[in-house]
Design a protein around this ligand. Structure first.
Ligand SMILES: NC(=O)c1ccc[n+]([C@@H]2O[C@H](COP(=O)([O-])OP(=O)(O)OC[C@H]3O[C@@H](n4cnc5c(N)ncnc54)[C@H](O)[C@@H]3O)[C@@H](O)[C@H]2O)c1
Length: 258
């Protein structure tokens, strides 16, 4: 049996019905945690809740758009009520959300969508969990930056770069503000992880392009999803009890910032 690191803890995962979020939810449940999910995709939520419940996990979920600050607070308060407080927030809802990469193709609505979901959504979710964490005299918040916010990515565009860079500023400033309450705030900055959504995209690349992508990664291979889940759960867990305000790059060495 896996170590029960999250026994007695409630972990809220936004985007918890998506690729990385659902993988985190499964591992949290595997390690004894109670799982609360916020996501916009009702069908995907139903599938995750059904799977985890059938494995004996305590799970609750709400269909919420993280861009709606009031709805986020209402849903998080309800999850705290049904699951017994909140210890950890993993704010994974985000991405480039199907928007184009190049400025010539990006509409103002695309720009708003990417900034609002990634940046404002993370802010609203953090704001909503903090009162619950204060009641517990501590907590841990994990935000999602990206290699695309830490460097000029060939894959994603300016809105995504701006949003994911903003997440690192949000993370550090929030860590400073809530440290006195025993609340830690850290960002994860993944490289390319082939979730179901992205696996097809990689497969469709030419052999030359695939080789080029791999040759930029010192470890010389694409990661398994577990290799993003484990660092997130390390930062979330008490094993990281003296770590706050950091950005953890998880990219096989493709980017090595100072
Ligand atoms: N997959 C990667 O390679 C990669 C790399 C770097 C960073 N990231 C980041 O990791 C996070 C998760 O990525 P993923 O690959 O699992 O994406 P995904 O698209 O598979 O999952 C994202 C989930 O967020 C939900 N979502 C989207 N908009 C929402 C909204 N407005 N409100 C609530 N939920 C919403 C979606 O329904 C989906 O379930 C994102 O923040 C992404 O930017 C991913």
């Amino acid at each position: 049996m896996a170590a029960q690191r999250f026994l007695g803890k409630t972990i809220i995962i936004t985007g918890g019905a998506g690729g990385i979020g659902a993988a985190i939810a499964a591992e949290v449940a595997n390690q004894g945690g109670r799982v609360g999910i916020l996501d916009t995709n009702q069908g995907a939520i139903d599938a995750v809740v059904k799977k985890l419940t059938s494995q004996g996990a305590q799970v609750d979920a709400r269909v919420v758009d993280v861009r709606d600050g009031l709805a986020v607070t209402t849903a998080i308060d309800a999850l705290a009520q049904s699951l017994g407080g909140i210890n950890i927030l993993i704010a994974a809802a985000g991405g480039s959300l199907g928007t184009p990469r190049d400025m010539a193709d990006i509409t103002d609505a695309d720009l708003d969508l990417v900034i609002d979901v990634n940046v404002k959504g993370t802010y609203y979710c953090a704001r909503a969990v903090i009162p619950h964490m204060k009641k517990n005299h501590g907590g841990s918040i994990i935000t999602f930056s990206s290699i695309g916010g830490r460097s000029a990515s060939p894959v994603t565009g300016i809105p995504y770069a701006a949003a994911k860079a903003a997440i690192t500023g949000l993370t550090r400033r929030l860590a400073k503000e809530v440290g006195e309450f025993g609340i830690r705030v850290n960002a994860i900055a993944p490289g390319l992880f082939l979730t179901d959504r992205l696996a097809g995209m990689f497969d469709e690349l030419s052999e030359t392009d695939r080789t080029e992508v791999l040759s930029a990664i010192p470890l010389g291979r694409m990661p398994e999803l577990r290799e993003c889940v484990d660092p997130v759960l390390f930062l979330a867990s008490d094993e990281a009890s003296y770590i706050t305000g950091t950005v953890l790059d998880v990219n096989g060495g493709r980017l090595m910032p100072n």
